[in-house]
Design a protein around this ligand. Structure first.
Ligand code: NAD
Length: 283
């Protein structure tokens, strides 16, 4: 598998992440094209001057002709189906993905026979928005981009994907799928769960609570604004690691609750006289 300085890039799915890869690759001077399923995104990408195909097989054919690296950037539940179609099409281009979990994606790549062509990837960048309109050429600047070093990964495949990530401004972090999944459970999946809990707890406080909400509430709940399907798919595909992180967080919250209960001020009720206490109760 020969590696060139800057292979063309074929992106499957031009949402926030795939669209950002397309825009960033174009800005970096790389040949880039993609497969788009939705008519609206197809028109928007074409209008912005990008080469896009409305048929997956046409994009894959072009990828083979151009010896491109293929980046699968569809939602997690759709990834296995796209792998199956790439495997059925055949070819020899390196295939990578951008999914937020790695072990199930690696298993799907193996199941569909992508084998040594597949190198998992995960750029640690994104916002709460989705779709082509949310794509940003600068999204990956300075961001970590995990590149899989699992057993099936070849040196050539790793180098191809690492070169892509570096070319888009990211920093490459080699990681095994299982270790990646345990780490992101703590720094991404659990924060999504906690943000949703904080948002719901705040909303339950009614109009006044929401009216007073300022910086700390906004910062703590930012990712709760993401498409809930994204967080659900991440957690559902990483249950063991998310449960482990969640249990630790619950233990820490319970410990904090106990500590607050022990060190909290004893209310005035305890020390007041009878009349004062009655007055206090009336207030
Ligand atoms: P998105 O909803 O913005 O984009 C997904 C795109 O895939 C859409 O354009 C959709 O039309 C298209 N699509 C869906 N099914 C398809 C199919 N079968 N064939 C072709 N296209 C299809 O989502 P996103 O945020 O770009 O997420 C894409 C991937 O990136 C996910 O796997 C996610 O785990 C990963 N990721 C997301 C973030 C983030 O913060 N949003 C960060 C890192 C990685």
């Amino acid at each position: 598998m020969a590696i060139r300085d800057s292979s063309p890039v074929c992106v499957i799915g031009l949402g926030q992440i795939g669209g950002s890869v397309v825009k960033a690759a174009a800005e970096a001077g790389r040949e880039v094209f993609g497969y788009v399923r939705s008519a609206r995104t197809f028109d928007a990408a074409r209008a912005a001057g990008f080469t896009v195909f409305g048929e997956l097989e046409s994009a894959l054919k072009h990828a083979e002709l151009r010896r491109a690296v293929i980046v699968v950037a569809v939602p997690l539940p759709a990834t296995g189906g796209v792998f199956a179609r790439i495997a059925a099409f055949g070819g020899s281009c390196v295939v990578t993905d951008v999914g937020s979990v790695k072990a199930p994606i690696l298993a799907a790549a193996e199941e569909h026979g992508l084998g040594g062509r597949f190198v998992g990837g995960h750029p640690m960048a994104g916002s709460a928005n989705s779709g082509w309109a949310a794509a940003d050429a600068a999204l990956f600047h300075g961001a970590a981009w995990v590149v899989s070093v699992d057993e099936a990964v070849t040196a050539a495949g790793f180098a191809e994907v690492a070169r892509l990530a570096l070319g888009l401004g990211a920093v490459v972090v080699p990681a095994l799928a299982a270790e990646h999944d345990r780490a992101v459970a703590r720094i991404s999946h659990l924060p999504h769960l906690l943000a949703a809990v904080l948002a719901n707890t705040g909303a339950a406080g009614g109009e006044l609570a929401l009216g007073l909400a300022a910086g700390s509430f906004r910062d703590g709940t930012r990712v709760a604004g993401s498409d809930p399907a994204l967080a659900e798919a991440m957690c559902a595909n990483n249950t063991a690691a998310v449960i482990e992180a969640l249990d630790e967080a619950l233990d820490a919250l319970n410990a904090a609750r106990t500590k607050l209960g022990l060190t909290g001020l004893p209310g005035p009720v305890v020390r007041s006289g009878r009349e004062s206490r009655a007055a206090y109760d009336r207030i």
